[in-house]
Design a protein. Structure first.
Length: 133
């Protein structure tokens, strides 16, 4: 099975040796996103809620570039430098996802790239495309 590299200018460009996402069959593996603004590649200004929102927006852009939506995400990993922010993740996640929610893990970490307070990655499973006859 071949793999397809997913790239979009609507999400931050990779800052290392990785792709924004890789599609293999119906599975799409979305790389970790931190709260970088795609146009400037700088961290968004604001509190943790602004950072979390930017991360979801970045993931959404990559998901859409791969042909999916948040409804197609089956696994979400959340990395936080302060687990006290976990309730904020839940609150904002409710604005982006509807039931049934994806499987999820929340992991406390000592540090993230560029001094970010939050990073998320995801696995998406695309539904088969139906083509008219």
């Amino acid at each position: 099975m071949s793999k397809e590299i997913i790239q979009t200018p609507h999400a931050p460009q990779a800052i290392g040796t990785y792709s924004q996402a890789v599609k293999v069959g119906a599975a799409v593996y979305l790389s970790g996103q931190i709260p970088l603004m795609p146009a400037t590649m700088t961290l968004v200004d604001g509190d943790i809620s602004v950072q979390i929102t930017q991360v979801f927006d970045n993931l959404k852009a990559v998901a859409e570039a791969a042909g999916g939506t948040f409804a197609d995400i089956v696994k979400l990993n959340v990395f936080l430098t302060d687990l006290a922010h976990f309730p904020v993740v839940n609150e904002i996640m409710g604005q982006y996802f509807t039931e049934p929610y994806p499987a999820r893990a929340a992991i406390g970490v000592a540090a993230l790239p560029k001094g970010a307070a939050v990073e998320m990655d995801a696995i998406m499973h695309l539904q088969p495309q139906e083509y008219p006859l």
